[in-house]
Design a protein around this ligand. Structure first.
Ligand SMILES: [Zn+2]
Length: 484
């Protein structure tokens, strides 16, 4: 405990005083440790214990020790805030007297930390405050930032239930469903592409590491596409908590698959790909374009240092966007997406003959792969449609190929080292969306799906820490504001 003479010494600011406090703190810590060892010995009477018995005993009690160490350190480093008799109101500046000590226990990854700190109340502003809480940057929740961050990281990776299970197994602490959901929502709320993007310097570093030892600038791919996410309508939310009511409500709404659209920038380093930036949301094409524009205008893509290439599925808005924002980028029609179109023609034309169907698709794919687009066009133009449906499919494919002529030169693209599809490596956003959002029985509200997608983008972009810190700083600032 910090005693009055200690405080006097501290305030005098003398070096001897500081040394004395330090020595006193050490004594307290050693005492804690002795007591802790006694308890540990008591728990390990069985002879001779296996390593597992030993580590289990230490593990079970480790937080008693680490929490006590933390308490002692708080008392040492915040002696002034703890002994404060007067404090100015943070809103109006009036000097207020302390109204006694109030205890509070907070949960951290090192255990439950008990605090006893002076309380102040301003009658004018009608608000109370604890200078120690502000100095320690405490979260309003009992679960402090370190717990919240770990929980949010886990929940961004695995279903909420599994996240809570893993959390308690790994830390020996508990995390409720409610808190996990609330924290994920608060951290993910209001995030835009620039909040989850690495900085221009960080991206330049990734480019430099791939460029090392290469004669040509590295290839950077911009892949734009979508993945389907199971969503539920806002009506699914509603009053009533009982199981019966929930079931009744569920029967009234129908889930809907919505497209999470977005883009991913990555570097191609021989067989390896180096992730740069992902942004995916359930959103409209124009919002994807707007996000791309923000990335461009923030100067995040070092266009001079890379050979930029845009891969898309053929949707016109993608090429328009690419042409406007990255006019010098090489455009590539996704080879795997094109293959699906070939399958459609084959199915309509050779329906009765699966072997012929397969042969034609493979032959056409091979021709395209080697850059023989003309051969494919001649073949299609000379084809005698089996029926009206086949004629329609052939017409569509011809139109598609002609429109994308400049984007299917797979032979020369490959020779220059460009990838010919994003699907061969990994769909740009399947690993962001599907892995976490597409699970049996899980239907997401659009808002929550987008918060989760933003967090997953942050995680893969390497900016999770920054995103969490933004949430934390905002929460701390919000706590200091007067009630409205
Ligand atoms: Zn005041």
């Amino acid at each position: 405990m910090v005693t009055a003479p200690v405080l006097a010494l501290l305030e005098s600011g003398e070096e001897t005083g500081q040394a004395w406090v330090r020595a006193q703190t050490r004594r307290e810590l050693h005492e804690c440790f002795d007591l802790w060892l006694d308890a540990l010995e008591e728990a390990m009477k069985e002879e001779p214990p296996s390593l597992e018995v030993l580590t289990r005993a230490v593990w079970a009690r480790r937080q008693e020790l680490t929490a006590q160490v933390t308490e002692v350190l708080v008392r040492q480093r915040h002696a002034q805030a703890l002994g404060q008799k007067n404090a100015p109101c943070p809103h109006c500046g009036r000097l207020l007297p302390a109204r006694g000590l109030v205890s509070r226990t907070v949960e951290t990854l090192v255990g439950e930390v008990a605090l006893e700190r002076p309380y102040f109340y301003c009658l004018e502003c009608k608000q109370g405050f604890y200078p120690l809480d502000a100095a320690l940057e405490l979260a309003e929740r009992r679960k402090q930032w370190d717990i919240q961050e770990t929980g949010a990281r886990l929940a961004a990776e695995v279903p909420f239930e599994t996240a809570q299970e893993l959390f308690s197994q790994l830390t020996g602490l508990s995390l409720s469903d409610h808190t996990t959901h609330a924290v994920v929502g608060e951290v993910g709320r209001g995030l835009g592409v620039l909040e989850v993007s690495p900085t221009a310097e960080e991206i330049a570093q990734r480019v430099a590491s791939v460029a090392q030892g290469q004669k040509q600038p590295p290839i950077m791919v911009l892949a734009i596409d979508g993945a389907h996410v199971p969503t539920r309508p806002p009506e699914a939310k509603g009053p009533g908590k009982g199981r019966k009511r929930q079931r009744a409500r569920r029967a009234r709404w129908h889930g809907e698959w919505k497209e999470a659209k977005g883009f991913r920038f990555y570097l191609v380093d021989k067989e390896r790909i180096v992730h740069v930036l992902s942004w995916h949301q359930i959103q409209k094409d124009v919002q994807v374009g707007e996000a791309l524009r923000q990335v461009k205008e923030a100067g995040l893509i070092p266009e001079e240092q890379v050979r930029l290439c845009v891969i898309g599925d053929g949707a016109k808005w993608i090429w328009n966007q690419a042409k406007e924002l990255f006019p010098t980028a090489v455009q590539v029609l996704d080879y795997y997406h094109l293959s699906e179109h070939l399958h459609k023609v084959a199915l309509a034309q050779f329906d009765a003959d699966p072997l012929k169907e397969r042969e034609w698709v493979e032959a056409s794919k091979a021709k395209l792969f080697f850059g023989l687009l003309d051969w494919v066009l001649i073949d299609l133009e000379g084809m005698k449609p089996r029926d009206a449906a086949a004629a329609e499919e052939i017409r569509k494919l011809l139109g598609y190929l002609k429109e994308n002529q400049g984007r299917v030169k797979y032979g020369s693209l490959r020779r220059k080292g460009y990838p010919i599809g994003s699907g061969g490596i990994e769909s740009a956003n399947k690993f962001i969306s599907h892995v976490r959002l597409k699970r049996s029985g899980a239907w997401w509200y659009v808002e929550q799906a987008n918060e989760m997608l933003a967090l997953r983008c942050a995680k893969y972009n390497g900016t999770f820490r920054r995103v969490f810190d933004r949430y934390k700083q905002r929460a701390i600032k919000g706590q200091g504001e007067p009630p409205s």
